[in-house]
Design a protein around this ligand. Structure first.
Ligand code: BES
Ligand code: ZN
Length: 629
C-alpha cells in the first residue's frame, strides 16, 4: 500500500557518504575528471553513486531483523527495524530496495504509521525507498517481503545439495544485492551493527555473518548478533541442513553432514593462517573465524562475510592445495571488512590489498617459492585480462569509474592483480620491514572506517614520502601496466618449463618427472601447453596425468580449455557434467568462452547452458546471459 505521495529528489541526487578527516589535507585526483571526492570545510565527502541513501542527512546505525524463511514461496518475510542517526533533522529517510514488497512502515516503538514511496526501478540500483520521518525519529520499522527473483538469494531444491534431502538458501550481498533481501542503506561507506531473529523450517539450521549457533534447535528459530559495525554488502545468511565442526580454538567449519569430515580436514591449516595473519598485521577483530562450505552453485570461490567465510565446495581438493582461497577471505577480515572501500570505484583497495595479504599469509605458511607461484599465476591472469580488455581500456586503471554501470563490471583481475603488483612494487622499493609497519598502522588507524583511493594516496604520501617517485599516479589513474611492475620468476615454474620442453621435443608424458608437483605446477603446465595439440598428444597427456578425471577443480577447469580448443571429444562428458554442477563464475567464463569460439562449440554451449542455467546464481546468469547473446 502506498500512502499519500510526497516530493522526492530526482534520481540524479545520489548518495553521499560523509567521512570526517579532521585537519589533514586530502589529495584531489587531478586527472580523474569524474571525481568522487569533494570537500566541504573540514569534511571529506565520498560520493557513492550506487546508493539512494543520503547518509549525511540520516544514516542507519543498527539493523534489527525479524524474518521468516519460506522455501515454498521462495520468500523471506518479516520486519526490518532501522536505528537512524538523523543528523540534519531531515523529514525524509532514503533507503535502497530492490524488488522488495514493502507492506507498511511505522516509526518508533509505538509504531505510528509512516508514509513511504517506492520509486520506479533504476538500472542495477533498484528502487529508491523514501520514508517520511520526524526530525527526532530514531526507529523505523519496515514490514516487507522479498521477491522470488531476489538477486542476492539462491533457493536450491534438495537435488542441488550434497544430501539431496533438504532445500538450501544462501545469500550473496556484494556488491549491491543486499537491498534485494533487506531494505537498508546499501553503500560500503555506511556501517551499522545488527541483530536478527530468523525463523526457518525446523529440520534446518541458519547462520549469518554474526555470532552463530553451533547446533540446530528444535524450534527452528535462531538469534544473531553482529556487535561490530559492518557495511550492508557483508550481510549474509545461509539456511540448510549443515552441521558444525571445530577446527581450532577460534576456527570452525559448517558443511552438510556428508561433507563435514572432508572439510574439517581440508581446513586444518586455517588456525595457522589466522595466527600468521595476526603476526603480520595485527589482531583479528571479529572473534570467531568459521567457514561454511556451500553447494556447488555458489557463484564465487569465497565471500568474506564477517566471522563466516562462504566458500565453494570446489576448494575441497583433498590435499589442501587450494586453501590460499581461505587465506584470501581471511585476509579480508582486515582489508575490506575493517578498512572498507568507500565506493565500488575503489574496489581495488579491498581486493588488491587482500591478494597482497593472502600471499603474505601463504608465504608465512608454505614459504616464498610457494607464494611466488601464486603470484606468477596471478601475473598470468593479469596479462590475459589486459589482453582481452585492451591495454588502453579505462577499466584497466586501478581507480575506475562505475557511474551509471553495474559495480559488477569492476570485478576484473585488474583490481586483484594490478592492485597486488602495485603493493608488491612498493614493497620492493621500500623494503619489507617498512611495508609491514605501514600496513599494520594503516589497518589500525582506519579500522571500521571507509577508505577511498585519494585518501589512501594522501596517507601514503604522509607516512612514506619516499614512495612519491614511484609512478603512483600512473599505476592508479592510467590504463595498462606501468614499466616498474615487478617481475617474478618462480624457480619451481622454471622446472616446469624445462619438463614441458622435453615433452614437446618428444619425451613420453608418462616418463616426465612430475612427482612433487602441486596443483599450481599443474596449472602452470596446462596454461603453457602449445596452443595447437593433436588428438594423440591430448590423449597421451590425459592418460599419463588423468586430467579429465582430476578431483582438483582448478586443474579440471584449466584442462577443459585446451581440450575444447582442440576438439578433444573424450573430455566432452566431463565438461558438461562440470558446467551443470558448478556455478563458480571464474570457472564458467573461460570454459564457455572456449566453447563459444567455434560454430560447433557454440551449439554445445547453448544446449549445456540451457540445462545448467537453473543451477546458477543470478550473478553468474547475469554475466553468462550476456556472453550467450
Ligand atoms: N569479495 C570477493 C568476491 C566478490 C567480489 C563478490 C565482488 C562480489 C563482488 C571475494 O573475496 C573474492 O575475491 N573471491 C575470489 C577468491 C579468490 C581471489 C581467491 C573468487 O571468488 O574467486
Ligand atoms: Zn576478495
Amino acid at each position: 500500500m502506498i500512502l499519500k505521495s510526497f516530493t522526492i529528489p530526482c534520481l540524479g541526487l545520489l548518495g553521499l557518504v560523509l567521512w570526517s578527516c579532521g585537519s589533514e589535507n586530502s589529495t584531489q585526483n587531478e586527472r580523474n575528471t569524474d571525481s568522487t571526492t569533494t570537500k566541504t570545510q573540514n569534511t571529506e565527502v565520498m560520493t557513492d553513486v550506487h546508493t539512494f541513501a543520503q547518509p549525511q542527512e540520516a544514516a542507519m546505525t543498527h539493523l534489527d531483523l525479524d524474518i521468516a524463511v519460506d522455501f515454498k514461496t521462495k520468500k523471506i518475510k518479516g520486519k526490518a527495524t532501522l536505528t537512524i542517526d538523523n543528523k540534519t533533522g531531515t523529514e525524509t529517510l532514503f533507503l535502497d530496495s530492490k524488488a522488495l514488497k514493502i507492506e507498511k512502515v511505522t516509526l518508533g516503538e509505538e509504531e505510528s504509521p509512516a508514509e513511504f514511496k517506492v520509486a520506479p526501478s533504476f538500472e542495477s540500483m533498484g528502487e529508491q525507498l523514501s520514508i517520511q520521518i520526524k526530525p527526532d525519529s530514531k526507529l523505523v520499522n519496515i514490514y516487507y517481503e522479498t521477491s522470488p527473483e531476489a538477486e542476492a538469494l539462491q533457493w536450491l531444491n534438495p537435488q542441488q545439495t550434497a544430501g539431496k534431502e533438504h532445500p538450501y538458501l544462501f545469500t550473496q550481498s556484494q556488491a549491491i544485492l543486499a537491498r534485494s533481501w533487506v531494505p537498508c542503506q546499501d553503500s560500503p561507506g555506511i556501517r551499522f551493527t545488527y541483530t536478527a531473529k530468523v525463523t526457518v523450517p525446523k529440520e534446518l539450521m541458519a547462520v549469518m555473518s554474526a555470532e552463530n549457533p553451533t547446533e540446530k534447535n528444535e524450534k527452528g528459530v535462531y538469534a544473531f548478533k553482529m556487535p561490530q559495525p559492518i557495511p550492508a554488502y557483508l550481510l549474509a545468511l545461509a539456511v540448510g541442513n549443515f552441521e558444525f565442526a571445530k577446527v581450532g580454538d577460534r576456527v570452525g567449519v559448517y558443511a552438510e553432514p556428508s561433507e563435514l569430515a572432508a572439510a574439517q580436514k581440508e581446513f586444518a591449516d586455517v588456525p595457522k593462517m589466522l595466527t600468521a595473519a595476526e603476526e603480520l598485521y595485527g589482531p583479528y577483530a571479529w572473534g570467531q573465524y568459521d567457514l561454511i562450505v556451500l553447494p556447488p552453485s555458489f557463484p564465487f570461490g569465497g565471500m568474506e562475510n564477517p566471522r563466516i567465510t562462504f566458500a565453494t565446495p570446489t576448494i575441497i581438493a583433498g590435499d589442501r592445495s587450494l586453501t590460499s582461497l581461505v587465506a584470501h577471505e581471511l585476509a579480508h577480515s582486515w582489508s575490506g571488512n575493517l578498512v572498507t572501500n568507500a565506493t565500488w570505484d575503489d574496489f581495488w583497495l579491498n581486493e588488491g590489498f587482500t591478494v597482497y595479504f593472502e600471499r603474505r599469509i601463504m608465504e608465512a605458511i608454505e614459504g616464498k617459492e610457494y607464494a611466488d607461484m601464486l603470484a606468477y599465476l596471478g601475473y598470468q591472469d593479469l596479462e590475459s585480462e589486459l589482453e582481452s580488455m585492451g591495454k588502453d581500456n579505462e577499466d584497466t586503471r586501478l581507480k575506475i569509474s562505475l557511474k551509471g554501470r553495474n559495480p559488477d563490471d569492476g570485478v576484473t583481475s585488474i583490481a586483484y592483480e594490478k592492485g597486488y603488483f602495485f603493493l608488491r612494487m612498493i614493497e620492493n622499493e621500500i623494503g619489507r620491514a617498512k611495508m609491514d609497519t605501514f600496513l599494520r598502522n594503516y589497518f589500525e588507524k582506519y579500522a571500521f572506517k571507509s577508505m577511498n583511493t585519494e585518501r589512501f594516496l594522501a596517507h601514503l604520501k604522509e607516512t612514506l614520502p619516499e614512495t612519491d617517485k614511484l609512478n603512483l599516479k600512473e599505476w592508479i589513474y592510467e590504463p595498462g601496466l606501468p614499466a616498474n611492475c615487478p617481475k617474478i620468476e618462480p624457480t619451481r615454474f622454471t622446472e616446469v618449463d624445462k619438463t614441458l620442453k622435453t615433452w614437446t621435443e618428444g619425451k613420453a608424458a608418462a616418463a616426465l618427472n612430475t612427482k612433487n608437483w602441486s596443483s599450481h605446477e599443474w596449472l602452470y603446465f596446462i596454461r603453457k601447453l602449445p596452443k595447437k595439440l593433436s588428438q594423440e598428444k591430448l590423449k597421451e597427456l590425459d592418460e599419463a596425468f588423468g586430467f579429465t578425471d582430476s578431483g582438483n577443480s582448478e586443474v579440471l577447469a584449466a584442462w577443459f580449455v585446451p581440450a575444447i580448443e582442440n576438439g578433444y571429444a573424450p573430455a566432452d562428458a566431463a565438461i558438461e557434467k562440470f558446467l551443470v554442477k558448478v556455478g563458480r563464475r571464474k570457472f564458467l567464463i573461460p570454459i564457455y568462452t572456449a566453447l563459444l569460439a567455434s560454430e560447433d562449440g557454440k551449439a554445445k554451449a547453448k544446449t549445456i547452458y540451457q540445462k545448467a542455467r537453473p543451477n546458477y546464481h543470478f550473478v553468474a546468469v547475469n554475466t553468462l546471459d550476456g556472453m550467450m547473446k
